[in-house]
Ligand binder design. Structure first.
Ligand code: SF4
Ligand code: SF4
Length: 132
């Protein structure tokens, strides 16, 4: 399951210099896969992947440490009324989220998405959007 972890050193939820991910791995024993990270001196956003059964434990522990955690159930959504099954999203997605089924209709495997946004920009019908 994908979790989007955000922190800020501004305001009242400053986790300080705590190595958040390393500490949660050590304390919980859950293996965390970092899929994307954007970190500046004052704020950051990290997309992690954890086993479904451990997601709640990881979320709780991180929130205790002062970071915001959002569970991404459906990271990317497709408007079926706009999609024309052209396949442009298949060719640009680095995670193989999209594929054709036997009837050449687009299928999604949400769990693979890393929120890169390439498919959203490539879709000629603006049928795709990322979970905000
Ligand atoms: S690029 Fe857009 S219109 Fe084309 S198959 Fe993908 S979602 Fe549908
Ligand atoms: S946001 Fe990136 S990883 Fe997610 S479905 Fe689109 S192209 Fe694939």
């Amino acid at each position: 399951m994908k979790l989007l972890v955000t922190f800020s050193r501004r305001g009242g939820r400053d986790p300080g210099r705590e190595p958040i991910i390393a500490r949660v791995v050590k304390e919980t024993g859950v293996l965390i896969n970092v899929e994307k990270a954007y970190i500046e001196s004052m704020a950051g956003e990290v997309l992690i992947d954890v086993p479904d059964a451990d997601a709640e434990l990881v979320r709780q522990r991180m929130e205790e440490m002062g970071v915001a955690v959002r569970v991404l159930e459906d990271a990317i959504s497709r408007d079926e009324t706009e999609c024309i099954d052209c396949g442009a999203c298949i060719s640009v997605c680095p995670q193989d989220v999209f594929s054709f089924d036997d009837e050449w209709r687009i299928q999604l495997q949400q769990g693979r998405c890393v929120l890169c946004g390439k498919c959203v920009r490539a879709c000629p019908h603006q049928a795709l959007s990322l979970q905000q």
